[in-house]
Write a protein that binds this ligand. Sequence first.
Ligand code: S3P
Length: 176
Amino acid sequence: MNHIVIIGFMGSGKTRVGKRLSQEYKLPFVDVDKVIVKRMGMSVKDIFEKFGEPYYRALETMTIKELTKDTERKVISLGAGLPMQEQNQKIIPQLGKVVYIRGSLSTLKKRLEDTNNPLMQEENREEKLKKLLKQRDPVYEKFANVVVVTGVQPVDGLIREIMGKLEELEEEEKKN
Ligand code: S3P
């Protein structure tokens, strides 16, 4: 499919950027976490607590598999843990072009101060954040067709940068 797929760490602004891109491109916006929450009628935190993380991961896989068959082009934001799961790694490139919004440790730390993300409820948040970021950044990078950095410019600039890079990518593809 030809969707625009947003990946990145929690707090990187995937939803905000995804919504803005969907307005610019006049495409529907889909947030995979929200699809799951709506279907289950429960928050992500409650699904993790009641059914466990593997169950949540299976719901994520099911949701993105459906999206590979959805022929209406969309902007899709993926939960931060989704690209880490092996069962999803073959599916992500089938969704479309992948944009990684990279955030530095200090940017993310600031933005995640009040998060209720189930994976960030430990005592030493900074250590947990550092560890997760170290594991995840290379994986996000591997899947990305476009990488941009958040926290260094206003969101308008970030949106223009992403759109410019996606356009370049398209031009390149046309040439080949
Ligand atoms: C998770 C990130 C969350 C959500 C779930 C697990 C993770 O998504 O999918 O809480 O593994 O980091 P966001 O990236 O939208 O916060």
